[in-house]
Design a protein around this ligand. Structure first.
Ligand code: DGL
Length: 267
């Protein structure tokens, strides 16, 4: 058990997308120690089997628990919809998990048509079908899988013609059907926000629930009396199960400052 990780808040994703959630957590909890795991050696999750995603979620979740973290945030919609329930059954720690923000999108749409952008596994999941049935009864919810976008963000390729072409391919059919609100249902996509807004047009509302996840984490830790009383800024420690140099380059680009990324060989 590493001393610096003891009592930290654990956050993980298949790769660097979860940094969009980590930055919201960092803003809400400047004095907490944070530990981030990019499971890049086993990514992307979105095109893989449920068994693989569940096995990875448990492997990373259990490793974080062994380090003595006080709570776990699943900063990956795909891991949430497939495996959050299983992880919650297997740990005593509070687990807060991001999921596609269909409820707020339904509340905001004026055209009555909402587009959901997410990975193939998320789009096909029972959990998303349940959210649509719960909140989308009198609206049209268009579910759009976006294979390939995660890889663009992992390469920090946010503005190229190739990325824009992919976005047009996924977003144009939604706009043609009248969508005025788009759910960013994968934590990698907020890093494409400018490009998505450019393709969708200024009038389209983009919904990213990262700040809501940070608020939920605050509520859960406060309820369990687990908030830190320290007044010094907290540390952020980064690990990857993939290539250290590649993750380092992507994290540095997306996080906005040079960071140390450590190798994490968990299988
Ligand atoms: N950031 C993950 C999500 O929110 C991407 C999953 C993947 O690796 O495909 O779904």
């Amino acid at each position: 058990m590493s001393r610096s990780l003891q009592g930290a808040i654990g956050v993980f994703d298949s790769g660097v997308g979860g940094l969009s959630v980590l930055r919201a957590i960092r803003a809400a909890f400047p004095n907490e120690h944070l530990v981030y795991v990019a499971d890049a050696g086993h990514a992307p999750y979105g095109d893989q089997s449920e068994a693989h995603i569940t096995q990875r979620t448990l492997a990373v979740g259990n490793w974080l628990a062994q380090q003595g973290v006080k709570g776990i945030t699943i900063a990956c919609n795909t891991a949430t919809v497939v495996a959050a329930k299983t992880l919650r059954e297997q740990t005593h720690l509070p687990v807060v998990a991001i999921e596609p923000a269909i409820k707020p999108a339904v509340a905001l749409t004026r055209s009555g048509v909402v587009g959901v952008l997410a990975t193939t596994q998320t789009i096909q999941s029972a959990a998303v079908a349940k959210l649509v049935a719960l909140y989308g009864a009198d609206k049209r919810i268009l579910l759009q899988a976006c294979p390939g976008l995660v890889e663009q963000v992992e390469r920090a390729d946010l503005h190229s013609l190739q990325t824009e072409a992919l976005l047009r391919q996924f977003i144009s059919p939604l706009l043609e059907q009248g969508a005025d609100t788009l759910v960013l249902g994968c934590t990698h996509y907020p890093f494409l926000r400018d490009s998505i807004q450019h393709v969708a047009g200024e009038g389209v509302v983009l919904i990213d629930p990262a700040e809501a996840v940070a608020r939920e984490l605050m509520r859960r830790l406060a309820d369990s009396d687990l908030l830190s009383s320290q007044t010094e800024p907290g540390t952020v420690t980064f690990f990857t199960t993939g290539d250290v140099v590649q993750t380092h380059n992507a994290v540095t680009h997306l996080w906005g400052s040079s960071v140390v990324v450590q190798a994490l060989p968990i299988s």
